[in-house]
Design a protein around this ligand. Sequence first.
Ligand SMILES: Nc1nc2c(ncn2[C@@H]2O[C@H](COP(=O)(O)OP(=O)(O)OP(=O)(O)O)[C@@H](O)[C@H]2O)c(=O)[nH]1
Ligand SMILES: [Mg+2]
Length: 317
Amino acid sequence: MRSFFAKFKEGLKRTTPTFQKIFGKVGGLFGSRTLDAGSIDELEEALYGADFGVETADEIIGEIRAAFKERKELRGLEAAQIGARVLKNVLDGAEGRIDSFAHKPEVIVLVGVNGSGKTTTAAKLAKLYTDAGHRAIVGACDTFRAAANEQIKIWCDRLGVSLVASQHGADSAAVAFDAYAAAARRGADVLLLDTAGRLHNKEGLMRELQKIRRVLQKHDAASPHHAWLVVDGSIGSNSIEQARVFHREFGLTGVIVTKLDGSSRGGALVGIFREIGLPVYFVGLGEKVEDLQPFSVSHYADAVFGLETSEAEAQAQ
Ligand SMILES: Nc1nc2c(ncn2[C@@H]2O[C@H](COP(=O)(O)OP(=O)(O)OP(=O)(O)O)[C@@H](O)[C@H]2O)c(=O)[nH]1
Ligand SMILES: [Mg+2]
């Protein structure tokens, strides 16, 4: 089986070639070539294009320039290590974790714009939690899109996970209410609610989400315990604006970044954490149900800069 890190790195492979090229890829492991002023300029450009945000790109390039000033024979590998170190510092505290479920059921609502990956991620989470020995129930609160029920039903049937759904056009909050009741009745550990994804500038969606929250609170005033924005990692800095809007209108507790496998950027999660303070719980690295990984700062930063996480470190995670 491929290691966690190998998969993570493979998922991010399209993010790294620019960096690797600049750092001087030599015979498999880049890095023995020394940098020059031109390659540092190129690197700076690539960093600004990677959606980390100006502040973070500035910090990374600032440290690399300082090291280069001190020692002209700075190698690509060392520059990459500096970049990864700065990124790890910036992302200190960005790993979202649920150590144990404090409620029964623990309610997780997935929100986000059209096509960001909510439904797929609901299925992935159902698998992840079921595999971990929890009893999961999914609520299909996307009653807006005609095919939505069918899509989530196929996933749940395949996984053997219970689904609470209603008719197309039904009140999504009523589905949330019923799904909670079913989860409580059946002693489920975790309730995953998939929601509709019409555009974030449509007030209707925000009203609908707020209503879902209100009806859940009739069951448990502390719920939903988690409100995660599912955001497409390939859309760059746009996703920071999405996070801002959903956070303001709905109140988020974290983020799941999808499609990091197909992304040429993936850096926007840095801005979401840095500017809005939302931790990243998981990353989506493919379309298959097992392609969801807990977010690891060290894996992410090392993968972005094409570095290997040390074996010991990888095993500890
Ligand atoms: N490559 C890749 N594709 C993904 C990932 N997550 C989701 N997708 C794909 O993105 C597309 C949209 O995913 P959905 O889960 O339907 O997105 P959604 O947010 O539920 O969309 P709406 O219900 O229309 O709002 C599908 O083709 C998924 O297979 C991922 O991590 N990587
Ligand atoms: Mg959906």
